[in-house]
Design a binder for this molecule. Sequence first.
Ligand code: AHR
Length: 499
Amino acid sequence: MPRAHITLDRQAVIAPVRRRTFGSFVEHLGRCVYTGLYEPGHPTANDDGFRMDVVELVKELGSTTIRYPGGNFVSGFRWEDSVGPREQRPVRRDLAWHALESNQVGLDEFAKWLKLTDSELMLAVNVATRGILPALDLLEYANHPSGTALSDLRVANGTPDPHDIRMWCLGNEMDGPWQTGFMTADDYGKIAARTAAAMKMADKDLELVVCGSSGSGMPTFGDWERTVLEHAYDHVDYVSCHAYYQEHDGDLGSFLASATDMDYFIDTVVATADHVGFKKRSDKKINISFDEWNVWYLKEHMESQKLDTEWRHAPRQLEDTYTVADAVVVGNLLMTLLKRSDRVTSASLAQLVNVIAPIMTEPGGAAWRQTTFYPFSITSRLASGEVIRPVVDAPTYQTGRHGEASVIDAVATVDEDRSAVFLVNRDLEEAAQITIDVRSLGSSRIAEAVTLADSDVYAKNTLAEQHRVSPAANTTAAIADGVLTIDLPPVSWTAIALR
Ligand code: AHR
């Protein structure tokens, strides 16, 4: 049985736990909005047509900031289509996802939904196929109190209070040839800088996110960030990172080590941003908004997408069903985001409902939790105070895709009266025996210890079997003389709450 020893030092603080780390993402894509969040006529729908069964699950998930309305969708979107009297809203083609958009849910409705879930809105503007003025118009419509043409229009449309949106994304994945209106880094950097500068003339306290690379595998990765930031550094606050992982060709060992790639990605973007900042002799630091991350079976999606030639409203798209192994990876990626809270100060699990999502729904029917729901909701509930850097002494293994990786990964958070430790065991066969020195945390009692694992690492929750996989109490956890001991099953994710 592999053994690992972890030392936790209360003084080894990385950064505060940022609530925005637990953000998510709602795109007008597939059934995320329509029959996901919004389904008038559903037995649980409220007067605004929002499914309250989904609202309850979103609250349990503990997501905080929600990025909206895309994604690739935003690059063909006219925001004006989606406000005002519903019967006058046009149906448009969404080229990004080859679907029809009815515009029956827009900014004002989505803001109402956010209030039900107590979440913050992070809004993306279309810089790909529109210009500075539509972005400024949207800002005026959304945030200006009243007394101007567009703020009065919002009031007339039934939303008297401004939305007061703080975080704005300047487009989406502008480096990707799949993006409607994709650009070179130089072109995008100039447009992003000018759009950001204009938006800050309206409100200097906005938090603006410039597009980084769509993934660390992009051929322009690194150069893209450098060039874009050379133009936009002074006007923006965040650079985005996007990363999706999947198991390739049955290589589960590599897949389970995906978090090491995320860590490398963050390192590289931080280094590039700081390099540009230094060249500019700037005091300012650009942080990372990791505003798309998840497991996504992208290869399978690319193959199936070719078959769909119809223009449909809310088709079933990207409805990945997640396994236990996927949930372990998601839990581990979230641990990495926590560990990098010094520079990753906002993140969004992509996405929230039905589309590569922790929550699934059936039209007119049930809503349920995917396997990936659990590590996210438990971490969001337990992590608070400050993130501390664990010293992990564990065996390593060789992966095909990510080099040498530790069998055990860990992170801890410490608050005044409670702390939490999150762990993964990446071993495919064997349980691991862990000892954790928790003396410096001042914790003496285990309040909760839960593990997500299964003898079938490909077990899933489905419409027919909604509760096939869920976390269980880890009864091996014990604490004596400041040392916590616990056994972690193979391919597992674990959370321990201490008091
Ligand atoms: O989240 C699904 C899609 O992935 C988003 O629309 C896009 O930004 C990314 O390529």
